[in-house]
Design a protein around this ligand. Structure first.
Ligand code: HEC
Length: 113
């Protein structure tokens, strides 16, 4: 009987861990989406295409293209942190964790060309 209860408790803990993990991953993605919409969309557009007036004026690239997606996370994080040409730097405006999540969010564009 003890063993059965032990199994049930063990399983519940496992399920709980899965649910908590899933919820926090989803939350991180929502936060990144919110940040992207607040800070990046003007130049990069909702779909990453950079098909906006500011995007054309600054010469922002289509973030969905392989040329962008082939860059390492470190490179993309570096560009968002320190800026590059007309890309503003965000090191004073965003936390390192937020920048990392934004780069993960940008990775998602590659699936929707
Ligand atoms: C004022 C317009 C502007 C805003 C706002 C902006 N970007 Fe950019 N971004 C650019 C431009 C222009 C480049 C291309 C820089 C270059 O010439 O290499 C760029 C480059 C990038 C790159 C590197 C990929 C590439 O094009 O080579 C990433 C990743 C990126 N931006 C993400 C972001 C994120 C995330 C945000 C919001 C936190 C953001 N950008 C906000 C204009 C902008």
């Amino acid at each position: 009987m003890k063993k059965v209860i032990g199994n049930i408790v063990g399983r519940s803990v496992l399920y709980l861990a899965l649910v908590v993990g899933f919820v926090s991953a989803t939350r991180a993605q929502n936060d990144a989406e919110k940040l992207y919409k607040a800070k990046c969309i003007g130049c990069h557009a909702a779909d990453g295409s950079a098909n906006t007036k500011a995007g054309r004026n600054t010469g922002a690239h289509d973030l969905r293209l392989p040329d962008v997606q082939k860059e390492t996370d470190a490179t993309l994080i570096g560009i968002v942190t320190k800026g590059k040409k007309k890309m503003p730097k965000f090191e004073e405006k965003l936390k390192a964790k937020e920048i990392k999540e934004l780069v993960e969010y940008v990775r998602g564009f590659s699936n929707k060309p």
